[in-house]
Design a binder for this molecule. Sequence first.
Ligand SMILES: [Zn+2]
Length: 338
Amino acid sequence: MYGTVIHAPRDIRFEELERPRIVEPTDAVIAISATCVCGSDLWNYRGINEIRGPLPMGHEYVGIVEEVGPEVTSVSPGDFVIGSFFASDNTCEICRAGYQSGCVHSEPVQGAQAEYLRVPLADGTLVATSEVPPDDLVPDLLAASDVLGTGWFAAVAADVGPGKTVAVVGDGAVGLLGVLAAQQLGAERIIAMSRHEPRQRLAREFGATDIVPERGDEGVAHITEMTDGMGAHSVIEAVGTQESMMQAISSARFGGHVGFVGVSHDQTIPGERLFRSGVHLHGGPAPVRRFLPELIGLILERKINPGKVFDLELPLSEVAEGYAAMDERRAVKSLLRP
Ligand SMILES: [Zn+2]
């Protein structure tokens, strides 16, 4: 089979790989129906994460189960499945508390930008739909695999709810779907912080009521002014840099909540700033599995359309262009089909 491997920064190759097999009795192997490039893949692509040798890429996926190990009971060959980027048993104490990304048996799912994928802990990781969904819903279901689940977790972590004012830092796919989540969770006012017109438009489609184009201190000043000098109740941080994290903390009111899901890179939060901000901070790798059943239901009922974040669709063999387009911000998110 063919799959995507990064060899060095900006060196993405679609090359022949060994087809994945069942290794553990709890594994499944799935034939990928669709996969995509993640904002976090760009950390490798840009050389910000060190690449210590050829690395299979991709962790967002939907597909058809090909084969299952002898201990797998909840999915069978032929099922259409959605999973998250961390395999989890979904039975341990951490999972039962809703934090499957921290499962005591968690392991990353890697290599999804390929024709086939091995998914460990299939019973706890994969969710099957009752029938193979119509093709036009595949992008929406693929979004649930990471970016929607992550944006949703950020909104929940930021304590979004009715009557709340929510600020969203970051206009990538996760930030945009954080807007959608905030809208679904009943937020009264949703302020998307974005300087890019096409992304502002999508944010509005997803439910943003206001756009703030400024960043950093100017962005914070604008949010403060819009909220009677108090700041937002809830802030979603979906970037992961020092600047974005400080912008998020400073945009929240005293006693407010910040949900942070941007993969942290070189952040140092000054203790005194944090202390004086009086905010609740919660985030990390999103337990997407917690939200999958609910999100899949909303998609199959056509109540949400998170697949709109995909503004480029390519054959999987052209994956390198999918990376380049996102790197150059020509695309929000690239969808790939084998
Ligand atoms: Zn667990």
